[in-house]
Structures are given as structure tokens and as C-alpha cells.
Design a protein around this ligand. Structure first.
Ligand SMILES: [Zn+2]
Length: 61
């Protein structure tokens, strides 16, 4: 679980995944701790979706 370094969109990736394309700005995100800010680690994609929802709700308030 991490923010896109360019636009801040919250994305998630599987453990061991090296890159992820941002759905908003199309930026090819390098998934390394030096380049991105990891918000949370999740075991399950369902958990990831819940965390993204919670994170977005928190941004609104
Ligand atoms: Zn982006």
C-alpha cells in the first residue's frame, strides 16, 4: 500500500511486485522503499481495498 510519488493516488501491490502503473497519472511506480512511501502492508487484496477506502475517507474529512 503506497502513494504514487507523482499524484498521490493510493495504490497497492502484491508482495514482491517491482513496479505498478498509476491508474490516474499513468506513472510507472518503482516499488522500492527509497522511492515510495509505504502506508501499510497487507496480506489480502480485500484488506487492501478496505484500507484504500478508509484512507480516502480520511483525506476527505
Ligand atoms: Zn499517479
Amino acid at each position: 500500500m503506497f502513494n504514487c510519488p507523482r499524484c498521490g493516488l493510493v495504490r497497492y501491490a502484491r508482495e514482491g511486485q517491482k513496479t505498478a502503473k498509476c491508474l490516474r497519472c499513468n506513472y510507472n511506480i518503482q516499488i522500492t522503499p527509497e522511492k515510495i512511501r509505504i502506508l501499510a502492508r497487507v496480506e489480502d487484496v480485500k484488506d487492501a481495498i478496505d484500507i484504500v477506502k478508509a484512507y480516502k475517507a480520511r483525506l476527505k474529512s
